[in-house]
Design a binder for this molecule. Structure first.
Ligand code: NAD
Length: 481
């Protein structure tokens, strides 16, 4: 099934931080893929703005190399790449000074196109950029601003940032990116839940034993030591990506698939979360062949590169069904997965040694995006009634034909949503503040107690404390492999 591509309206997209890592690795290659697919209209323009001066021609050469590196298959279409790069311009700008703003206005005036400004710079500059966009007459009712993570480092800073942005833009113009929400499977999760009769009647504490969410990475902190050591896994991953996944899996059906209806339901989930008890949380720091403390250059760093916790949602639907969340770096495999483990059947009609089995719905975000449902059947062949689990595999590539699935990266999907003015997959300001309100006391508790994360071996599934959270409840984590 080849996906239908509907071109978006003509737009000008200004990427502040256009020379940065995110723009070169994700945003510009993603835009090229949308251009090649025919979704980006030929009149659209991309203006990369950054602090250091350079000519557009030099910037195009840099961007060509970045696209060839990060989108090699599509970049073989050199004709499309040439045409795309003609749409790309460079403008020197200083977010904290006057350099470049007048020239940027000259580039953008006389255009009645949609204007989108992507803040792909350090969050310290978000306020300054918003203010200058207003002061230089670059913001109007058609304007949208895209804000990268991290959105604050606690509730107070997130609230201050929301207040700053609100001085210049209406909430309907602000797009807070969480790229996990742009993944195909995350949207499919909503389709599976709310487009089928099969699952939703079972989607509650009566039938679901527990839910696990794992985001495991094999990479370490890489070149982001300064940022990461001041943040840690709780701020960098749990407060945003894992909590967003938790919201989508736990929320009530919205009355319609509309941005505020969806975000209202997500917010209710966050507000129904109980505070996390200290014995329901585990922190870890990788050591061994690659050592976290050596990588950040601080032998006493108390920042966690792994966190696991048990969350309880106090509402009618979920009371009694725990949600286990974990995320870490330098783990055994790269895996993002949500697993819904259903309860045992109320009574087994089979002999003891037939074995008892549980239905497990596994939603994989990466690698191999797809959904698998474990179903119990009879082991084939003679020799009595023995039960085995077989996966009903809904891996999209297999079901839909690999070459025909249009693999759209999260960033490119989200940028097209910005141009379309669809905020469904973006976090609203009150959601972000509520998520921090749940996370802040956990981090404050660690600081007050002088908590030190437990070391875990690189390539493992985290520290033993994380297993104990499960073992105390008579459960086990899924394998990270
Ligand atoms: P980077 O350090 O690679 O690039 C920073 C960019 O900001 C450069 O283009 C630089 O010219 C520009 N800049 C700096 N000071 C400026 C000023 N005064 N005026 C105008 N431009 C200025 O950063 P990055 O890794 O691309 O990250 C950008 C944003 O995206 C950050 O908020 C980061 O937290 C977020 N983010 C990055 C990644 C990633 O994978 N790189 C992932 C998630 C979120």
């Amino acid at each position: 099934m080849v996906s239908r591509v509907i071109p978006v309206d003509p737009f000008d997209l200004v990427i502040f931080g256009g020379t940065g890592d995110l723009a070169q690795r994700k945003i510009l290659p993603g835009l090229f893929r949308r251009f090649r697919a025919g979704q980006m209209p030929p009149q659209a323009r991309i203006i990369a703005a950054a602090r250091t001066a350079q000519e557009s021609a030099a910037f195009r050469a840099q961007t060509r190399a970045a696209i060839q590196e990060h989108s090699p298959t599509e970049a073989r279409d050199t004709g499309a790449l040439d045409r795309f790069l003609q749409r790309v311009h460079f403008q020197q700008i200083d977010a904290l000074g006057d350099t470049g703003w007048r020239a940027l206005r000259d580039l953008l005036t006389a255009s009645d196109r949609i204007e989108a400004y992507y803040f792909s710079v350090s969050p310290d500059l978000f306020g300054a950029l918003a203010e200058r966009l207003q002061n230089h007459g670059l913001a109007g009712p058609q304007t949208r601003v895209v804000v990268e993570k991290p959105f604050g480092r606690d509730q107070a800073t997130a609230r201050a940032l929301n207040a700053t942005l609100a001085q210049y833009f209406d909430e309907s113009q602000i797009y807070r990116i969480d790229h996990y929400l742009g993944k195909e499977t995350v949207q499919n999760l909503m389709a599976v839940r709310f487009g089928n009769m099969l699952f939703e009647p079972l989607w509650n504490a009566q039938y679901v034993d527990h839910i696990q969410i794992t985001v495991a990475e094999t990479v370490g902190i890489g070149g982001r030591a300064g940022y990461y050591d001041a943040a840690g896994a709780m701020r960098d991953m749990m407060q945003n990506h894992l909590m967003q996944l938790l919201c989508l899996i736990a929320m009530e059906p919205p009355s319609r698939f509309d941005p505020d209806a969806v975000r209202d339901e997500k917010l209710k989930v966050i507000r129904a979360l109980d505070p996390v008890k200290p014995h329901h949380i585990a922190r870890g720091q990788y050591s061994g062949l690659a050592d976290y403390r050596s990588e950040v250059g601080d032998p006493r760093s108390k920042t966690e590169s792994f966190v696991a916790l048990r969350a309880n949602i106090s509402n009618w639907r979920w009371s009694g069904t725990p949600f286990y969340l974990r995320t870490g770096k330098r783990m055994g495999a790269r895996l993002s997965e949500i697993t819904v483990v259903f309860k045992d059947t109320p009574h087994s009609i089979f002999e003891e040694d037939a074995g008892r089995h549980r239905n497990v719905l596994s939603i994989r975000l990466q690698p191999n995006e797809g959904i698998t449902l474990g179903v119990t059947i009879k082991e084939p062949g003679p020799g009595g009634m023995r039960l085995i689990d077989v996966p009903l595999d809904m891996t999209f590539a297999e079901a839909l034909g690999d070459e025909e699935v249009d693999h759209v990266d999260a960033y490119e999907r989200l940028i097209m949503d910005v141009i379309r003015g669809n905020q469904t997959l973006f976090m609203r300001g009150d959601e972000v503040e509520a998520a921090w309100a749940w996370v802040d006391p956990i981090i404050e508790g660690w600081t007050k107690r002088g908590d030190v994360p437990k070391p875990y071996e690189c390539g493992s599934s985290g520290p033993g404390d994380a297993d104990q959270i499960m073992q105390r409840d008579g459960r086990a984590w899924r394998k990270v492999s």
